[in-house]
Write a protein that binds this ligand. Structure first.
Ligand code: APR
Length: 240
């Protein structure tokens, strides 16, 4: 199977899914690698609605620390290359990330679908679920400026439904090429996207540091995203 994506073939559509591995070279910790975030924190304490109900200060502190860290990290060549590709392809490329950092945006990507939410946003606890931008710390007594309700991180916790799933489903149905970059494919529904794309006839490629055999994946580029992705994008933008 060849990666036959042709920049000039307007019938072809590219779906890109990224995970923590694409931000690793920027200095953002992944989750399940050695030294990953889940080695230091219990998921049930900091990444579930029950954990937030039990000790919201602990959860707010956890996300405040990760938000603060964003100021010290910068997009790497993989983010920059995907932004270049997306600017060239426009609506023919869909970028979905499991990451909650803003490195794709800071790398220049014009449209990023954050299915697990965003560190730089809070959400109010009213039914309206107003979104509030936040760049610094969330304080325990912060309230929604629109309705006065309490606030929580705008993050998809375990047991919650990821965001923008209808839009994601539509794009998965239409894509002719699917590539997943820097994800261990351990967490659903994101981990199931490649099988769905494959079942619809898409060509599926994996770009990752660690690679395991996978019946839904046609092509593998093993290596660091910061090195592999720019070459892969260059091959699409300037073939031959
Ligand atoms: N380049 C490419 N891939 C890398 C790099 C790198 N420099 N460094 C690590 N990787 C790969 C690892 O081999 C691993 O397969 O990135 C993957 C990271 O996997 P995880 O840490 O599990 O992160 P991710 O797949 O994004 O987790 C999905 O799980 O905890 C939840 O909500 C959280 O969004 C997260 C979701």
């Amino acid at each position: 199977m060849k990666w036959t994506f042709d920049i000039h073939n307007t019938a072809q559509r590219l779906f890109v899914l990224t995970g923590a591995g694409i931000s690793a070279e920027s200095g953002v910790r992944t989750f399940r690698d050695s030294g990953g975030l889940w080695e230091d924190h219990r998921i049930e304490d900091v990444a579930t609605p029950e954990g937030f109900a039990r000790d919201s200060q602990l959860v707010i502190d956890f996300y405040n620390a990760r938000r603060l860290q964003l100021k010290a990290v910068f997009p790497n060549p993989a983010h920059l290359a995907l932004a270049r590709l997306q600017k060239q392809l426009g609506e023919r490329m869909t970028l979905v990330t499991q990451n909650v950092d803003d490195l794709h945006e800071r790398g220049g990507s014009p449209k990023v679908i954050h299915m697990h939410g965003e560190l730089l946003k809070l959400r109010c606890l009213s039914l309206a679920e107003h979104i509030v931008e936040v760049s610094e710390r969330q304080k325990m007594d912060s309230v929604c400026p629109q309705c006065g309700a309490g606030l929580r991180p705008h993050i998809t916790w375990f047991g919650e439904i990821p965001m923008q799933m209808e839009l994601i489903q539509q794009e998965l149905l239409q894509c002719s090429h699917f590539v997943y970059i820097g994800t261990s494919s351990q967490v659903y529904p994101a981990a199931g996207f490649k099988a769905f794309a494959k079942s619809r006839g898409a060509i599926v490629m994996c770009i990752n540091l660690d690679v395991e055999p996978d019946s839904h994946t046609d092509l593998v580029l093993q290596g660091k995203a910061g090195e592999v992705v720019p070459n892969w994008v260059q091959g699409i933008l300037a073939p031959g």
